[in-house]
Design a binder for this molecule. Structure first.
Ligand SMILES: Cc1cc2nc3c(=O)[nH]c(=O)nc-3n(C[C@H](O)[C@H](O)[C@H](O)COP(=O)(O)O)c2cc1C
Length: 190
């Protein structure tokens, strides 16, 4: 698929319903300015007390490589050489890497609300990228909780919690997804 063929959904309903988590990407990185626009829009998420608890880390090639290496090692320890090689190949091909963290508040309710705001910011980001033909995957795999991950990303796990490691790029797949009908999740009270 060429960039010009990328899906360009028009309405907000099309963008919300059509967005899919993408794991396989074409090799070229999306324009930095589009990614920065998406990040700026992420900041407009609702946020109780306007704490603005989010931190975005755009990962460059050295950081990406360090995380790929770390994850390969973890997979090798758990699942062996072949699985580790396959994972290294797939992760190395992902063009865009972004980390979102949330301030850790000592107050539980504040932290819950801050984390919720960060999730809303993540969805703003995903929907804007999708509207520009760019797919994203939100991941929270084991690697994002490993002490070496914090060193590679220069984040302080005592003051920030990982909300997600986001991969992005032009989709090289069109995955399906289903949702249960609204009636299975809706209760109307008198
Ligand atoms: C908080 C969160 C963590 C996720 N972590 C992972 C992950 O570690 N690996 C993965 O493959 N998908 C992960 N996902 C993506 C979900 O699997 C995906 O959203 C789900 O399958 C529905 O597909 P859709 O996003 O295309 O609608 C995560 C999603 C969320 C919201």
């Amino acid at each position: 698929m060429q960039q010009s063929d990328a899906l360009q959904p028009n309405t907000i309903a099309e963008i919300i319903r059509g967005r899919r988590s993408i794991s396989r990407f074409r090799p070229e990185a999306p324009p930095r300015e589009t990614v920065l626009e998406a990040l700026e829009l992420a900041l407009w998420a609702p946020n109780h007390h306007l704490t603005e608890p989010w931190h975005f880390y755009l990962l460059g090639p050295d950081t990406k490589q360090a995380i790929v290496d770390l994850n390969t090692r973890l997979v090798q320890e758990r699942q062996g050489e072949a699985a580790a090689r396959a994972k290294r190949e797939r992760w190395s091909a992902i063009p865009g890497w972004l980390l979102l963290t949330c301030d850790r508040s000592s107050e539980q309710q504040r932290f819950l609300e801050d984390y919720a705001a960060c999730c809303a910011a993540a969805q703003n980001l995903a929907l804007y990228l999708w509207s520009a033909g760019i797919g994203m995957k939100w991941t929270t795999g084991d690697v994002t909780r490993h002490p070496e991950f914090f060193e590679h990303t220069w984040m302080d796990p005592d003051s920030e919690a990982v909300v997600g490691l986001f991969w992005y790029g032009y989709p090289d797949e069109s995955p399906d997804a289903q949702r249960q009908p609204l009636t299975s999740r809706l209760v109307e009270l008198p």
